[in-house]
Design a protein around this ligand. Sequence first.
Ligand code: ADP
Length: 260
Amino acid sequence: TAQEIERCAPLDGVRTASRTSGSRIGFEDVSVAYGGLTVLKSLTLTVHPGEIVALIGPSGSGKTTALRVVAGFVRPSSGRIMIGDRDVTDLAPYDRQIGMVVQNYALFPHMRVEDNVAFGLQAQGAPRDVIRQRVPECLAMVGMSAYGKRYPRELSGGQQQRVAIARALAPKPQVLLLDEPLSALDTQIRRAMIDEIAKLHHDLPDLTVLYVTHDQTEALTLANHIGIMRDGEMQAFGEAQALFRHPPTRFAAEFLGRAN
Ligand code: ADP
């Protein structure tokens, strides 16, 4: 809607904001197997503190698996996952200090927006006055201050996804995992949301983000670095603009639509 698009913010300084005190995400030789099938093959990758790395690649190439192994929902068959200096490989998802947003919002339908945003804080045992302060702060971050009392079904798709982002950020995670967060939205809203995520990251320069998408525009607009996945392997990795301008492999070129 026009209202949603209006809220889109200027995209400035996204790549230049100073990045000092965040936490890296490290994949160290990580493999994941389902049954006999290895779907992630010895992945080694560092997302530096405050950086956005986008994983792109064909469906089934292992992008979501890579993200879920960082979240702790999938166990690697070998290798380590690092967040900052912590080896989190054996930690439960809730002990990893991670925020995650998935494609279909996954808000709790029976809870008001403000209770959705408070949920992670309550689970952490945050004191009531902290929750009372933090929830409006997070809703403001995503431009949803006026919607705290609403239920998810009363919101548009874009608004629900903003709430999902606010909910993920409420416990002040060190890293944010985004799994196709905009794919369920229509094109116009998606464009506005890309700018909003860019602004959010500009406002939170320490936040380290791993972003799975099949949308090259999202990747190119938001990410510092892009990894192209194929059959569980990182086919190509590089600075976002450079990768598009000079795809290092034939597969990368073809995937990016640049092969002659
Ligand atoms: P992408 O996100 O790039 O589409 P995925 O990481 O979802 O790829 O999937 C990679 C491969 O792992 C696919 O072949 C998929 O079928 C398989 N896979 C994903 N999740 C499971 C699961 N829970 N059990 C078995 N195979 C799975």
